[in-house]
Unconditional design. Structure first.
Length: 116
């Protein structure tokens, strides 16, 4: 069986020095799966939604491959709004958060989970 989910979660919130952007999240838009050279056309895994929000509270499922045993084999790229040339990934900061100058970094953990 070839069933899996691809999830993402913020595991370390955006921070710069002692300043943390508590409650910040990432919005991914225009999510799609693109077939790479050696993949077989027509067997692409399913995109859960074309827009997803990634937070630090729970994993968000981007791709699920659970309908057909033959789907999802091969090499695929997950892309974010390459077609419309918009911002495929945006950072949302709660309005009550104090923002200071700095280089903010976070960790997003991507996990491929066996869904058998």
């Amino acid at each position: 069986m070839n069933k899996y989910d691809l999830t993402a979660r913020i595991t370390s919130q955006f921070a710069s020095g002692s300043t943390t952007l508590n409650g910040a999240n990432l919005n991914y838009a225009g999510i799609d799966v693109k077939n790479q050279n050696e993949s077989i056309a027509g067997l692409e895994p399913s995109v859960a939604n074309t827009t997803q929000q990634v937070t630090d509270t729970a994993p968000t499922t981007f791709i699920t491959n659970s309908t057909e045993d033959t789907d999802g084999y091969g090499a695929y790229a997950v892309v974010f709004d390459k077609v419309n040339h918009r911002d495929g990934v945006t950072l949302n900061i709660p309005t009550d958060t104090t923002i200071v100058d700095g280089d903010f970094n976070a960790t997003v953990l991507w996990t491929l989970v066996d869904a058998n």
